[in-house]
Design a protein around this ligand. Structure first.
Ligand SMILES: Cc1cc2nc3c(=O)[nH]c(=O)nc-3n(C[C@H](O)[C@H](O)[C@H](O)COP(=O)(O)OP(=O)(O)OC[C@H]3O[C@@H](n4cnc5c(N)ncnc54)[C@H](O)[C@@H]3O)c2cc1C
Length: 445
């Protein structure tokens, strides 16, 4: 392939370009925002002001696409940790039993991560990343997409156009204009508002633990994330389903006190704020079913949030985008019809989508069909989390699923069921992985 154009220079567009650079002679990544050399917040990725966790699978695949990325990020202040030993994962108000594990995590701000990916991708041979270039439309010849037309009127021809323009992607409208059907769209209305503030981090905060990830419960549909990040800072995001956490310091701290467990409240009470806070509303998780279309133009692909934009609280978007970039590269090398790419992407999206939708449908305010399967799995997971508070092996298995290393069905295997039914009783003694740190939460009955 001589030339590929990617629309969008955020995480999925840049990783797509990294994958395509191994196949195409030239790759041009276009973004409507200006892309200055330093890492600054920009309009097209307003989410960079909010906590971003990078799952183990995402880190693993980014390292495949851009070898050495982890070390470069660490040189710039990111730091690593053990996802099970160092992180406080709190489900149903209970902390997963901490234990030394085999999943490395990386704590890095979204700004630094995207900035470093951009620096790496821009330096790849044949790749150009260009800001201030807003794509207005596709150009085509019959059923072949031949390039893009910019708002400025300029046209750029390409053998492959990849839409990585995010949740607001125009591909459904472009398809209809070209005489194709738009994909079906599945939506789960969550009405989730994030409020985020940055605080100074002291070494003894949270007894040195650098992460709290707290899921909403049916009784308290509010979630929270606190991530240590470079520059001795905390980024603390609180999410309310159906309500908006306030940003001013006093009210933010009060609201943190209403979360399902006290960790984040303890952290922010008395912490030194470093900004004024900001909000982001996510009305729905949205999945576009491109794999179900019977006709699709040649020379066009869609990846990232443009295909599926998840409820962000599960921290999956960047990791899914990374795996999709790998699939895109494999597909482009084989020059197969788009249907094959979309089927492969659908297999990548299925598991994280099921996790998000299934979990969100526990919450009374979330609209959607609660099938018998979803209700059964959720009842099981409540018991699972009760047991995982004491059973580090269950914790490990949960984290492998939450980090997209295993499929969710791994939690239903007989070995898990037995441990769940036992309720974690005696787990530490029978566990082949020694629990070295006691759970810091007394059981709640
Ligand atoms: C509040 C929030 C928190 C999140 N937290 C996490 C998290 O913890 N972990 C995680 O993995 N993911 C998280 N995500 C998701 C993650 O940010 C995205 O999945 C990730 O950025 C990949 O998205 P994307 O690149 O497909 O699209 P986006 O990040 O939305 O980027 C789209 C890009 O396309 C550009 N663009 C749009 N239209 C055009 C056009 N016409 N022409 C040219 N350029 C265009 C935009 O300027 C932008 O740069 C979060 C998302 C939100 C909203």
């Amino acid at each position: 392939m001589r030339h590929a154009v990617v629309i969008g220079a955020s995480v999925s567009g840049l990783l797509a370009a990294a994958a395509l650079s191994r196949i195409a002679e030239r790759v041009t990544v276009l973004d409507r925002d200006q892309l200055p050399g330093e890492d600054v917040h920009r309009r097209g990725t307003a989410q960079s002001r909010h906590a971003h966790g990078l799952l183990a699978r995402g880190l693993e695949v980014m390292e495949v696409l851009l070898p050495g990325l982890t070390a470069e990020l660490m040189d710039r202040g990111a730091f690593g940790g053990d996802l099970q030993a160092d992180c406080r994962w709190i489900n149903e108000g209970r902390r997963l039993a901490p234990a030394p594990g085999d999943m490395p995590g990386l704590l890095v701000s979204r700004l630094l991560l995207e900035g470093q990916i951009r620096r790496r991708v821009s330096a790849l041979p044949g790749v150009e990343v260009a800001g201030d270039r807003q794509v207005f439309d596709l150009t085509h010849s019959g059923e072949w997409v031949t390039g893009v037309r910019l708002v400025s009127g300029e046209t750029i021809s390409a053998g492959l156009v990849v839409d990585a323009s995010g949740r607001g992607s125009r591909t459904p409208a472009w398809l209809e204009r070209l005489g194709f059907a738009a994909p079906e769209e599945e939506r789960v209305e969550i009405d989730l508002t994030y409020t985020t503030r940055v605080f100074r981090r002291r070494a003894d905060d949270l007894a040195g633990d650098p992460v709290v990830i707290m899921a909403a419960t049916r009784a308290v549909p509010r979630a929270g994330v606190a991530l240590a990040m470079e520059g001795d800072r905390w980024i603390v995001t609180i999410g309310g389903y159906g309500d908006a956490p306030p940003a001013d310091y006093e009210s933010f701290v009060d609201y943190a006190g209403s979360l399902p467990a006290p960790d984040i409240h303890e952290l922010v009470s008395g912490a030194e704020p470093l900004d004024d806070g900001c909000h982001h509303r996510t009305p729905a998780s949205v999945r576009r079913r491109y794999e179900r279309l019977s006709r699709f133009p040649r020379g066009l692909a869609v990846v990232g949030d443009a295909v599926c934009a998840f409820n962000p609280i599960y921290g999956q978007g960047m990791s899914v985008a990374a795996v999709e970039a790998l699939r895109l590269g494999e597909w482009a090398r084989r020059e197969r019809p788009a249907r094959e790419l979309f089927r492969s992407i659908a297999r990548v999206v299925d598991a994280p989508w099921d996790i998000v939708v299934g979990n969100d449908l526990r919450l009374p305010g979330v609209r959607g069909r609660r099938t018998a399967k979803i209700r059964m799995v959720n009842a099981y997971l409540e018991r699972f989390h009760r047991a995982a508070e004491h059973d580090a092996e269950l914790g490990r298995r949960f984290l492998r699923v939450a980090n997209l290393l295993d499929r969710p069905t791994a939690l239903l295997r007989p070995a898990c069921l037995v441990r769940v039914l036992r309720g974690g009783a005696g787990a530490a003694g029978r566990d082949d992985r020694r629990v070295t740190r006691e759970p810091r939460y007394p059981a709640r009955h």
